[in-house]
Design a protein around this ligand. Structure first.
Ligand SMILES: NC(=O)c1ccc[n+]([C@@H]2O[C@H](COP(=O)([O-])OP(=O)(O)OC[C@H]3O[C@@H](n4cnc5c(N)ncnc54)[C@H](OP(=O)(O)O)[C@@H]3O)[C@@H](O)[C@H]2O)c1
Length: 361
């Protein structure tokens, strides 16, 4: 049986942080012993600090709500004494986040991060556990650079790509995806917002999300990259172009995808590859792993954000409308829950992989 690990949530008052509290309250391996946020929240109980900003559909877990919020920057020593590792999701400047996460790592606290700051640091693994679990082996090189024994940073990738990268992944080796075009329709919780705090999205579509298109195009290449020496060298293909829109949906990012292949598969081969796709999380039976990661819907009007985002606890990917295209080989639609698989849930699954492989010992 897996030993229980004590964990902290850095950014516990935020949208992703709140999601961590609900996912970890009953977690079989992880026990939340500390929460931290900005100086504005420090000293209050988590419940008081969140106040009317609570945005989850289930209540704040009582025991976690009673924890007194620490100052994420000033109280690192205290956090380090209490925890085996931390989850981190904070809204700060990129340089500040980079420095903060390195400080935790140098205090020998492993950091499993939702933030984008370190995604392109060459010795920081950016992992979707079903797709590139072997990238965690780069942690040895990172520890060498940081001069740490236990401490390291591991990150998850952006929420926008959590549907189409998994959908393309099982087609990469055999059929070689050469290029992909994707248009994403992203939920407001991805901006840490609700309809109350983002009224301008009601009856509206906003064709811009700062930095999101670059992340959607570049991060997949690191995920499909290889460890060479002390770094992860990004893949050079497929070439990806993306447009990212904010839409009036609470949770769930949808993507319209067009893809071409070196060796064009049949529709049946694609459906078979999706149905049979399993990764290390399924083989190891990690607690948050969906049993069926990729789910194809035959109905013409699926997947739908409202109906399908919660599939397998929001950890599965839904796909539909696969058909041939006149410009690309195929097109299809896909969906994943942005604050579950795309944020906190994806980070919890990554932490489970790291725990199972002994990285928190
Ligand atoms: N929402 C998503 O779907 C999603 C998906 C993937 C990745 N992310 C990433 O996750 C991170 C958090 O996103 P979010 O949507 O949860 O943001 P959010 O709701 O705005 O929450 C931000 C959190 O950061 C804390 N914070 C702000 N300034 C701080 C400081 N100087 N020191 C310490 N803590 C500070 C806040 O604490 P106070 O309450 O005390 O201000 C709060 O806990 C971001 O990097 C975002 O890009 C979000």
């Amino acid at each position: 049986m897996m030993k229980k690990f004590n964990v902290g949530i850095i950014g516990a008052t935020g949208m992703v942080g709140q999601r961590f509290t609900t996912l970890l309250a009953e977690h079989p391996w992880f026990n939340v012993v500390c929460v931290a946020a900005s100086a504005r929240s420090a000293g209050k109980t988590l419940k008081e600090a969140i106040g009317n900003k609570w945005a989850m559909k289930t209540p704040l877990p009582e025991k976690i709500g009673e924890l007194v919020v620490l100052d994420a920057e000033k109280d690192i020593d205290k956090v380090a004494e209490l925890v085996d590792f931390v989850f981190c999701a904070v809204n700060m400047k990129k340089d500040e986040i980079k420095a903060l996460e390195e400080k935790y790592a140098k205090h020998e606290v492993p950091v499993v991060s939702n933030n984008s700051a370190h995604r392109h640091t060459p010795d920081v693994p950016m992992v979707i556990p079903e797709i590139n679990p072997e990238h965690i082996e780069i942690i040895a090189a990172q520890r060498k650079r940081l001069g740490t024994k236990r401490g390291f940073i591991a990150v998850k990738s952006n929420c926008s790509l959590q549907s189409y990268v998994p959908a393309l992944a099982p087609l990469m080796d055999e059929f070689k995806v050469t290029k992909a075009l994707t248009c994403t329709y992203q939920a407001i919780s991805g901006a840490g917002k609700t309809f109350e705090t983002m009224p301008e999205i009601i009856d509206n579509v906003i064709p811009f999300i700062g930095g999101e298109e670059e992340k959607s195009e570049q991060e997949p290449l690191k995920i499909w990259g290889k460890i060479v020496g002390d770094e992860i060298v990004p893949a050079t293909s497929p070439s990806i172009t993306a447009q990212c829109f904010r839409v009036p949906v609470s949770d769930g990012h949808t993507a319209a995808v067009f893809a071409s292949f070196e060796k064009k598969p049949t529709k049946e081969q694609i459906l078979e590859a999706w149905k049979n796709f399993k990764g290390v999380p399924q083989e190891l039976g990690l607690p948050s792993a969906p049993k069926q990661f990729l789910n194809y819907f035959e109905e013409d009007n699926r997947p739908q954000a409202k109906l399908d985002r919660d599939l397998e606890g929001g950890m599965a990917v839904s796909i539909g409308r696969l058909r041939e295209d006149t410009q690309y080989d195929y097109k299809f639609a896909c969906l994943s829950h942005n604050t579950l698989r795309g944020a906190a849930g994806g980070a919890v699954l990554l932490a489970e992989l790291l725990a199972a492989k002994g990285y928190f010992d």
